[in-house]
Structures are given as C-alpha cells and as structure tokens.
Design a protein around this ligand. Sequence first.
Ligand code: SF4
Ligand code: SF4
Length: 474
Amino acid sequence: MTPAEIPVELSAATADLEAFRPDMEGCSRCSCCKWVPLNQVRSQRFSQVCPSISYHDFHAYSGSGKLNVSLSILDGRTDLDEAAAEIFYSCTMCGACEVSCKVYRNDIDLMSVLNEARARAVETGHARLAHLVMVEQMEAENNVFGEPQADRADWEEATRHLPLVDANTEQVDVLFHVGCRYAYDRSQWGDLRDALEVLVATGMRIGTSRAAESCCGFRAYETGFKNELTKFADDMANRVRTSGAKMVAVACADCFGAFNHLYTKAGTPLGVPVRHVVEIAAGLVADGRLRPVARPSQPVLSQPVLSQPVRRITYHDPCYLGRRGQEFNGWWDPGTDGNKLDRPDDVRRRGDGGRYDEPRAVLDALPGIELVEMERIREFSWCCGAGGGCLEAAPELSEASARERLEEAFATGADALATSCPWCVHNFRSALDGMHAEGDTRSIEIVTLPALVAESIAGGKTEIMGETLPEVTL
Ligand code: SF4
Ligand code: SF4
C-alpha cells in the first residue's frame, strides 16, 4: 500500500488548517522559536531548542518555517506535495517552538497548526508510509507495534507478586493504563514493575484492563490520522466507566499527554483525574507515607548520611509529561474584533503547567542521590526525539535528537540519566548503543524515576534489594 492508497476511513477530511490562519499570519519571523528564551540560555552550545531546525539547518524546518509553509499552502502559493509533507513530518512534535514563541508572543497556537498540517497531508495522500503501517496495525491489533492483542498482558509475568486487580471484572480505585511500549517491550518490564510497586504502595485498589487494554491513540492523532483518536478515546472512557475508577494512572508520558491534554482538546475528556506515577510518588513522599532509604549498596547502617557515596543523577523532562502534557483548559476565541494577545493567563498554556516539580521533589527525597541539572530543563527541555512519529518515519532525526540530549547529560558529569517515559528510555538507550558501536567510550546509565524510587522502598523488592529494610514504612 502506498500513502496515496490510504483507505477512505483513515483519510476522511477533518483537517481544519484555515481555522488557524490568524496564527500563521501572526508569525513575525523573529526566529525565537529556534532558541531557548534568552533569559534561560546557559551556554551557546545548548541554546537551540528545536531538533528539526538543528538537524536540517534550513528555516522551513523550524516552527516558524512550518507556519510559513502552511500559510503558503492555504493561499495556493505552494502545493502540499512530498517536499512540504517531508517538512511537516521532520518534526518530533515536541512543542518547544511554541513555548519559546509564547514567551515573546501570546497569539500563536503553533502545535495546533502542525497537527492540522499533518492532517491535511494525510487527506491529500502524503502520509508517511511508516505511519500508515503503524495506524493500520493500531486498527487491527490496538497497538502501535502490530503485536497480537491477545499478548498485551504478557507483562504480568513480571508482576505476579503484586496485588493487581482485573479491572474488567472488578471495581477499582485506580485504573492503571500500561501503554503499548510497556506492554510489549519486554526489555522494559522491570521498569513497569517498579512503577506498579510505587502505585501499590498507595494502598489503593489498583487495576488494569489486562489484554483488553488498547493504545491511547496519541500517535495516530499526532501523525495526522485525527479520526483514529475517537475509537481509542471511546474505548478508554468505557473501560474507566465500567471499572468504577476514580483516577487513571500511567507511567508513560505519551499516555499522560493523550489522556490529560489531547482527549480534552479533542472533545473527549475521560472525566477522572489522570496522574503519572511520578506525581503519585511525589504525593506519597510529601505526606510522609513513603520514606525512601539509601540503596543497599550504600553503607546506610554504619555511616552517617553525609559520608554515603553520592550517585549523580540528571533528569530529562519528557515533552508529554511537561509542556505538551499540561491540562487543556479551553480554546481562546478573541472574537472578530479581539486580539489573541489578550489571551487570559489561565488559557495561555506556555508549557509551565507541566509536571516539573514532582520528579525533582522525588529525586530530592532519595538519599544518596544528587540532582545535577542539564541546561535545558522543564518547559525549555530538549526532546528525546521519539515523539511525533519521528521514531517511525524520520529515524535519523530521532536519533540525532537523542544524541544531542545525551551530550547535554554527559556535560553534567552525571552517573545516570533519569526520566519518566518508556519512549525516552528506548530512544536514549538505542542512541547510546549507536554511539558505542561507533567507538564512543562514554557511558551513562539510563533509568526511570519510578525505578529509582522502587530501589529505595521496602515491600516486595527482595529481587532487587536482596533484603527488606524494616525501618521503611509505607
Ligand atoms: S517565535 Fe513565533 S513569531 Fe517568532 S518566528 Fe517563531 S513562530 Fe514566528
Ligand atoms: S515541535 Fe519541536 S521539532 Fe517540531 S518545529 Fe517545534 S521545536 Fe521543532
């Protein structure tokens, strides 16, 4: 199948690029979207913020360039041909351009333009073949990898010791959505188990949909197949409803961005709070129910805290847990005489509503760990490169983005790079493998933040800790 042969039901006309004409026309071509805002710049080396313009080094690939190309298409000065589509798809959809733009301006919904431009590309037969395959697989097996739906709960092999409830047949407090990468990437089942151990520490009834779970649908939407989202959103909402869950929990930033932001933006909110495990861990630490202790390898029993060996950790903010995951709290319509520059503060969405404090609070609470920050953090973070369909259709750009982040992590001198998303973990580990294959001898451990928490708590961690530390209570 070629992109031009996209089935009608996948390509039905839903793109509304025209609705965002004022955003495109509002671009002053100042190029601030290529850089970290000036007051955030720490060095020239790490001052860029857009993986696409950084990789291609040509204006059209920047956020501004994509607005300009979109406007040219609307005005009939450019065809949406393969060249234009390649520009739209050379993008991790990380949202860094929008944050930088909104520091200086308030009137451009840059990511909405990129979403609509991609939807227009799908409609006109210019989808990426890799995305078409992915979406077909999502249609057939409800996951982005095309793995059998029946195998979706195989991860349970790694969590048999945990009291998880079957949310298909029993009522639960929390419905944990595993997500495609954790469900099918066996190499990350240890991280999944650690995330679930943190959740179980809340004492609430934690359930999963087991093999009945489906993809969140985010990747279909982000790659231009907007129509596909409805099916996955309806399915998720139905499972939340029948399980009686008061909360949805996730350990994947993509799923967080889908449930917490996109579903509301697309008009299909889940109706219950969505929490990432990192937020839940931060809450447990804050209310004193989780008191992490040092890892067993550290001489905790005989030496004072200050003499413990320190593990230096740097933290990568996943885009969809950060700037692209913050709550969608409504469109701002300035009306015919209005001006988007008057947008009220509560719907500005400049990326500062992401989950930045929670992971840092958790790291702060872990004994023997020192947080050493990279230069581009929080809403100004550099992307891991795995998002926006880049991993599937623009792998060189995806890997270049991951390598750039690794360079920034190396510059901190950290022993480990922690993050809160299996897609970031996957991209960083494979980029590091690629660097090693080329003879680069530098290394850094890639870990998840829940894994760091799980290392330091008692209760069923015998396979990791080798012992239960009785002084820890949950
Ligand atoms: S920062 Fe905003 S206004 Fe300036 S060039 Fe980029 S998109 Fe246009
Ligand atoms: S979303 Fe990210 S990669 Fe795409 S144009 Fe904006 S900053 Fe660049």
